[in-house]
Design a protein. Structure first.
Length: 214
């Protein structure tokens, strides 16, 4: 639930704890301006509003704002948004970034940045209690995007995410079904071979860096 992509602060580590009145908007049609206000204000944000914004978000720019909101101002959401809603949003945003590959915008991750962030987020969830269902849903969503994607999307998932995820033993069961699916087994074999040949030093270094920043 954090990122380590260059140019971006660590997600869910540097929260801004705000105080004041709750932000609430009267109409769904105005949610974009409400979201902008919530993102840039210092006042608490009603959880119901955030849930509503997530439900109506239908473009990558809005998803990016919500991704920032649930990172930079997570503890300003009252009551707390919760892991299920937050992780669902993060998964949706990152996979949409991989699918669309928006370039030239600092506020939206490109395909390869998002694949890297997806790996870090997945590993972070592996360290959390009772995250198995979230990880299973994420693995299925990644698989679905791989199935539906073109060669560029598949390459980003395989080389940008899966190879790095399979360097660690713990995530492997979530993708092991790839090994028995003819449509996925080749990518699985390549990623598994690469992962086993490159021990998980990267995640260890990322954890050390995170600890230094905390």
């Amino acid at each position: 639930m954090f990122t380590t992509v260059p140019r971006r602060r660590v997600h869910f580590l540097d929260f801004v704890l705000a105080s004041g009145r709750m932000i609430a908007g009267p109409a769904v049609a105005d949610f974009d301006s409400e979201l902008d206000a919530a993102l840039h204000s210092g006042t608490p944000i009603a959880r119901d509003d955030v849930v509503r914004w997530i439900a109506v978000a239908n473009d990558i720019s809005t998803l990016s704002k919500l991704y920032r909101l649930t990172g930079e101002r997570y503890y300003s959401i009252k009551p707390e948004l919760g892991r299920d809603e937050t992780c669902s949003l993060i998964r949706r945003y990152l996979l949409e970034c991989i699918r669309l590959n928006v370039s030239g915008r600092d506020d939206i991750q490109d395909r390869w940045q998002a694949a890297q962030t997806l790996h870090v987020w997945f590993c972070h969830l592996m360290e959390q209690d009772r995250a198995s269902s979230i990880l299973t849903q994420a693995a299925q969503a990644i698989t679905d995007l791989f199935f539906g994607g073109d060669n560029d999307i598949r390459n980003a998932i395989e080389a940008g995410f899966l190879e790095h995820a399979l360097k660690t033993a713990a995530p492997r069961p979530y993708f092991e079904h790839w090994s028995t699916d003819d449509r996925l087994s080749t990518a699985w074999s390549r990623a598994m071979e690469w992962g086993q040949a490159h021990p998980d030093f990267t995640w260890g270094m990322l954890k050390q860096l995170r600890n230094m920043r905390s």
